[in-house]
Design a binder for this molecule. Structure first.
Ligand SMILES: Cc1cc2nc3c(=O)[nH]c(=O)nc-3n(C[C@H](O)[C@H](O)[C@H](O)COP(=O)(O)OP(=O)(O)OC[C@H]3O[C@@H](n4cnc5c(N)ncnc54)[C@H](O)[C@@H]3O)c2cc1C
Ligand code: FES
Ligand code: FES
Length: 486
């Protein structure tokens, strides 16, 4: 394992040594990196002012260029990556990048504090061919906040930049040589970086992971750092040893494995989104409303389950899909059904040093009805007050052959409700069943009562979501209105 953090910035290799691994990319940029164009708004992944673009080799042999939040990303995660900041965009002749030029022409900036972040998100959109149109743009920009413009001029800029000639940084050009350079930079083994006695390990496979955890048994595991980063920026934790799971080959990728969708624990929500939505279209909106794109681009599915938050979106979805986890520790793998994984408030079946390696999800049987709903104060980038996921299988006679119901925000742990599921199983799926389900759901819930919603509100919404599911999936009601409907 090599000892320095090496990455490419504006075509040049940049090496970092002697910087505490608890340092964020944003702290490094605005400090030793000398680049103050990237702004700090919230330091918790919410506002997007710190957005930068990070490129890495992808599974298809090209480069993946993604907008990410610099404020909660540890600087060591840049190792083997190509970084672009707002300073990278304009051409050597001063010509503005289309995202910059369009923001100027459409008056997309007022006080300007959010502008570098919006421009970097727009730049990533141009590269990844986000389709035109306000809904796709709003989804891509949901992780960027602006207090001044009212967003309309920024939406106009997102449209206008597509009409402008290329200028400045082109993230789509020279992908093959850029990729080859990154691969050469990364070398064969993972990173072992030490500064001021604090250690960061980025193993490349399970053998290196086991070795890192043997050397630093109490090390904190880190994947996308979208939960852990806040421990550092908000709670001022200083972690002595961290082991990154993001590069461990066996934990990566989303594989179609016959009857199973086999998701690597280090796969990001952005990576899994299309496959989840293709198999279960009723999950699309929930995944699209999981944080903003900058968070989804790095936040992993394994991290979401391991943190065991009762209000996380991933657990209800994967509980209702009957997922099973493959866990790994020191050369030994075991499997645990997800409905046996959550033991108490933020307590899981993971043993010390054990990692979630993969998440195995049975693919839907023909005729399965699956939908997930998130009730939150804001549509975009908000944590759920209540999250519900329903999965029904019907027999040829229209009776419920199997029913799985899972909720977030309704207890100290993500909740599966076998007693309520049993009421549905074997019954005809009709209005009479709805009435019994609403009563049973109300009785089964002991919701949490917190700043996001009262217990009484949560109980009512939880039952109402079953009715919405029935209306949409059985009675053919259109999917309830969202922002896309205006
Ligand atoms: C602005 C913002 C918005 C958010 N919005 C949402 C939202 O809408 N819905 C939602 O559910 N969450 C949301 N989150 C929370 C967070 O993004 C998710 O929980 C995310 O999936 C965590 O994954 P990660 O890879 O970033 O985990 P990390 O932060 O890297 O790790 C989280 C925890 O899991 C452990 N861990 C990570 N991977 C593994 C593994 N494979 N095996 C064992 N332990 C592991 C780590 O040690 C750590 O304790 C949001 C976070 C932010 C900052
Ligand atoms: S500073 Fe707000 S998202 Fe990073
Ligand atoms: S222009 Fe002021 S916050 Fe966006």
């Amino acid at each position: 394992m090599a000892g320095r953090i090496s990455f490419i910035l504006d075509g040049r290799v940049q090496e970092i040594d002697g910087v505490d691994p608890n340092t964020t990319v944003l702290e490094w940029l605005r400090g030793p990196g000398g680049r103050r164009g990237t702004k700090e708004g919230c330091a918790e992944g919410d506002c997007g002012a710190c957005t930068v673009v990070v490129s890495t080799p992808d599974a298809a042999g090209g480069l993946s260029c993604r907008a990410v939040n610099a404020c909660i990303r540890p600087v060591a995660t840049l190792d083997g990556c190509e970084l672009a900041t707002i300073e990278s965009l304009a051409g050597a002749d001063g010509a503005l990048h289309p995202a910059q030029q369009a923001m100027v022409e459409c008056h997309g900036s007022q006080c300007g504090f959010c502008t570098p972040g919006f421009v970097m998100s727009l730049c990533a959109m141009l590269h990844d061919a986000t389709p035109p149109g306000d809904e796709a743009t709003l989804r891509a920009l949901a992780g960027n906040l602006c207090r001044c413009t009212g967003y309309r001029p920024i939406l106009a800029a997102a449209q206008r930049m597509r009409e402008l000639p290329p200028a400045g940084l082109d993230l789509s050009s020279d992908a093959a040589p850029r990729r080859a350079r990154l691969e050469a930079l990364a070398g064969a083994g993972g990173l072992r970086y030490v500064a001021g006695g604090r250690r960061w390990f980025a193993p490349r496979d399970l053998a290196e992971l086991d070795a890192a955890l043997a050397e630093a048994p109490g090390a904190v595991l880190v994947a996308g750092a979208t939960d852990l980063g806040l421990e550092i920026t908000k709670k001022h934790a200083r972690l002595d040893a961290m082991v990154s799971l993001a590069d461990v080959a066996e934990l990566r990728g989303v594989r179609d494995d016959g009857a199973i969708l086999d998701i690597g624990a280090a796969a990001t929500w952005a990576e899994a989104h299309a496959k989840l939505a293709m198999l279960w279209p009723g999950l699309d909106e929930l995944v699209a409303r999981f944080a903003g794109l900058q968070v989804r681009n790095v936040a992993t599915i394994g991290g979401n389950l391991a943190n065991a938050s009762p209000i996380g979106d991933g657990a209800p979805m994967l509980l209702a899909l009957d997922a099973e986890l493959e866990l790994w520790r020191a050369g030994r793998a075991r499997r645990v059904a997800l409905d046996r994984f959550f033991l108490g408030y933020r307590r899981t079946a993971l043993e010390p040093g054990e990692v979630i390696a993969r998440i195995r999800v049975p693919k839907p049987r023909p005729g399965a009805r699956v939908a997930a709903y998130k009730a939150s104060r804001r549509i975009d980038s908000d944590i759920a007050a209540t999250c519900a996921c329903f999965a029904l299988e019907l027999d040829a006679g229209g009776r419920v052959a199997a029913c799985r119901i899972a909720y977030g925000g309704m207890a100290a742990v993500p909740l599966r409700l076998p007693a309520v599921e049993a009421i549905a199983t074997g019954s005809r799926w009709d209005a009479a069943l709805d009435a019994r389900m609403v009563e049973a759901l109300g009785a089964a819930m002991r919701p949490i009562d917190d700043l996001r919603a009262s217990a009484a509100y949560r109980r009512r919404v939880a039952a109402a979501l079953w009715l919405r599911f029935a209306a949409e999936q059985r009675d053919g009601a259109p999917r309830a209105r969202t922002r896309a409907d205006g």
